[in-house]
Design a protein around this ligand. Structure first.
Ligand code: ZN
Length: 765
């Protein structure tokens, strides 16, 4: 009896508490904003603190007595009781019903509040976001309101209103305004597919799912907002391919680091020096390697493809003086484990080190900074640099705790003239050939060719810079690739219909578009560095300049389908026609010539290397758009000037590729894929020397396929469906090979990598 009567009293006091608008407003206010003090509530309800205080105190007491709100003793703020929250929800429900009855609409906004529909907001958005003239904006907003009312939607959201307005703009032929107003994002279905399918990508993680969803938004943003319509359309229709479209509006593709200012403690390796502890200038190799790793980790979030460390063994050589070999190797092992475990996550950017067999002339007299006083000059450390490299190659040839090879960083071994004529680097080279024989992770750089200039750096994505731009320092250090645009050459040939003039005219048009896109990219990255401050490391000051020398960064124009384009245009096969080969060279030379004309206003470079597999997409678009009349054609040749699937003697391939490498100064690569039984390291050594001495090849590597069994931890050469040792055939049996220039395990291959890995020709030496 007592309980019934007390709940009856409570109900009465709740109902009387609700019978006043101010009290209802107080409940709604606290429910929306959380606990508030007496004065805060009065302020928000625009009541006068002096004259209204007494009356307001009475309202609060009524709410407290009805057990709807309670004062927190410590803070003095009022909060809603559970009962109070229920009652506040009840008030919202009643308000909702009243609005529906009166034909008013409620909108759930993007900031998660509920507001009555207000046509003025549509007008404001049309003017603010798309500069629509006011009169037009008003008529569109009226039309949207009328149509929405007829719908009787229960959940009207800001997104839905936007879709409606966009549809009206489209119907009225106002497409440009719609572009500006459109929302970027993904259908719910696509997001689910991304979550479900991410385990099959590189380094699956929730973070990866987030970044893939973000990629979709930023690719659309680039095509809608950053690039002019002509370029976006050329990409979408498949005349061109923008590599890294997902990152185009945010990051450059790669960078060549100068680790000296970081080792000297002049700039923080995290790029800000605020969030992380700043390092002292290291006194030991261990400290130096730690800082290099820190730099790599920071940069992996700032570039889309890769980063390289120039003169890795020379700049670190002063730290190994007086060290035992075992200690150096132990430090290097720690470095590699750290590098391989931290750098795979989000951006999964590639790391490369450029190493030297001698201290080049221009570095001989350069002062070397050490924390303990005078470090002398780099020329003093020739012996240490070579020895450090030898130990590094030894460690790279070891396997991890599960007998798996360590495949990052890629080693770009630069061979200058001296190494070819003296015996000084003999044992170091031997280690390199040994590594090439076991895991193939060495790239041989012929630095003795005149067109390789005083200094050349290749990056992990196989892009290339040299010192013909300014000098060895500003041409190759702290510079990178803005990005890479790939031209669909077969499309050019289809459009030319056999007419030579038309062929080169169309090529020129695409080159112009590519140049424009790359120059926009430069402006965008400048904005991101200087005004948006998104790339803090690149903004750090070194010797009066930003760490990233943006104006010295290159833009790359690459191509796919050269042999297919020539075959279509002439009817001749590049494999057995000199005339066809001549046209191939003429096409690439014309790309090279164009880039040379643009210099010095921009550092443009021709390349035969794409940054992401593009040929598959471009071939398909040519089929779908009806440029090719048959139902299927082989995927266009990519990363090569001759078809990779057709058997051609290695000598012939080498002869052809050498006529292209010196005119593709933004990147090139001869991938010598070898069959089992694999040649011994002595054979590799002889072959390498022969290429170095007789061929015009700047970059090449030997590729060896191998299979790693997670189950019994054994590595067997060649590809196997089943572990030859224990018979395991599950999904942890990994095939390794080089696909599109990078050694990758089969659990990270996409369909293009798989095709590349298994379909291309292999050679014997
Ligand atoms: Zn096994």
């Amino acid at each position: 009896m007592l309980i019934v009567s007390s709940s009856k009293n409570l109900l009465e006091s709740i109902l009387s508490a609700l019978s006043n608008e101010v009290r209802a407003e107080v409940l709604k206010l606290i429910s929306m904003e959380g606990p508030l003090s007496f004065t805060e509530i009065m302020g928000k309800l625009e009541m006068n603190p002096k004259s209204d205080a007494g009356k307001f105190g009475y309202h609060l007491r009524m709410l407290t007595d009805a057990e709807l709100i309670k004062a927190d003793e410590a803070s003095g703020k009022y909060y809603l009781t559970l009962l109070g929250q229920d009652v506040a929800n009840f008030i919202y429900g009643v308000e909702d019903a009243v609005r529906r009855k009166k034909g008013e609409m409620l909108v759930r906004t993007s900031s998660l509040t509920i507001e009555p529909f207000d046509r003025k907001k549509i007008i404001d958005a049309l003017i603010r976001e798309a500069s629509v003239p006011r009169k037009l904006a008003e008529s569109i907003s009226k039309e949207a309101e009328d149509r929405l009312k007829k719908l009787q939607v229960r959940y009207l959201t800001a997104a839905l209103i936007r879709e409606f307005v966009n549809a009206i703009l489209l119907e009225k032929g106002l497409e440009e305004y719609r572009h500006a107003l459109t929302r970027l994002g993904q259908p719910v279905y696509d997001v689910t597919t991304t979550i479900k399918g991410s385990a099959f990508r590189d380094y699956p993680s929730p973070e990866k799912v987030h970044s893939l969803a973000g990629d979709a938004v930023f690719e659309e943003y680039t095509l809608l907002k950053i690039l002019p319509r002509t370029i976006a359309d050329a990409h979408l229709c498949g005349a061109l391919h923008l590599n890294n479209a997902n990152y185009w509006a945010l990051r450059p593709a790669d960078i060549h680091h100068d680790i000296r200012p970081i080792l000297q403690g002049k700039i923080p390796a995290d790029g800000q020096g605020l969030l992380h502890p700043s390092h002292y200038a290291p006194r030991t190799l261990k400290g130096a390697l730690y800082i290099v790793n820190s730099l790599i980790r920071t940069t992996s979030k700032l570039v889309s493809n890769s980063q390289s460390i120039g003169f890795f063994n020379i700049f670190l050589s002063p730290y190994i003086v007086k060290m035992e070999d075992d200690e150096v190797k132990s430090n290097l092992r720690d470095f590699l484990y750290e590098l391989n475990s931290c750098n795979g996550g989000n951006g999964a950017s590639q790391v490369a080190v450029n190493v030297e067999l001698e201290v080049p002339q221009f570095l001989q007299g350069v002062k070397c900074y050490l924390p303990e006083g005078d470090g002398g000059v780099y020329g003093d450390y020739s012996k240490e640099a070579l020895h450090f490299l030898e130990l590094f190659l030894e460690v790279m040839n070891e396997t991890d705790g599960h007998d798996k090879p360590i495949l990052s960083p890629s080693i770009l071994l630069k061979i200058r003239k001296k190494a070819l004529v003296t015996d000084d680097s003999e044992s170091c080279l031997e280690k390199a050939y040994g590594l090439a024989e076991t895991f193939g992770n060495v790239y041989f750089v012929n630095q003795s060719l005149p067109w390789q200039t005083e200094n050349v750096f290749y990056n992990g994505d196989l892009s290339r810079v040299d010192s013909s731009w300014k000098d060895w320092e500003s041409g190759t250090f702290r510079v990178g690739t803005l990005d890479n645009i790939t031209m669909n050459l077969p499309r050019v040939a289809y459009e030319a219909k056999g007419d030579d003039d038309r062929l080169f005219e169309r090529l020129r048009e695409l080159l112009e578009l590519s140049r424009e896109a790359l120059s926009i990219k430069r402006q965008i990255i400048e904005e991101r560095i200087c005004s948006d401050r998104l790339l803090p490391l690149f903004k750090e000051e070194v010797g009066g300049n930003n760490y990233l020398r943006l104006n010295d960064c290159s833009g790359i124009i690459s191509y796919v389908g050269l042999p297919e384009a020539v075959q279509y245009h002439t009817g001749l096969d590049v494999m057995d026609s000199d005339e066809a080969l001549k046209l191939s060279e003429k096409i690439v030379e014309s790309i090279n010539e164009y880039t040379r004309q643009i210099v010095p206003s921009m550092r443009l470079l021709a390349s035969s290397i794409t940054f992401e597999p593009s040929a598959y997409r471009l071939t398909n678009l040519d089929l779908v758009s009806g440029y090719v009349k048959t139902k299927s054609i082989p995927i266009y040749t990519e990363h090569s000037n001759l078809p990779l699937t057709t058997p051609i003697p290695l000598k012939k391939r080498l002869n052809v590729e050498e006529s292209f490498q010196h005119i593709t100064k933004g990147g090139h690569f001869l991938d010598i894929r070898l069959e089992e039984p694999f040649p011994t390291k002595e054979v590799l050594a002889n072959y390498t020397k022969r290429i170095m001495e007789t061929a015009n090849i700047g970059l090449f590597a030997f590729t060896r396929d191998f299979t790693y069994c997670w189950h019994c931890h054994s590595t067997k050469y060649g590809f196997h469906d089943k572990c030859p040792v224990c018979g395991y055939d599950g999904n942890r049996l990994l095939l390794f090979t080089r696909a599109f220039g990078k050694i990758k395990p089969s659990n990270t291959w996409n369909v293009h990598d798989r095709q590349f890995a298994t379909g291309n020709q292999k050679f014997t030496l």
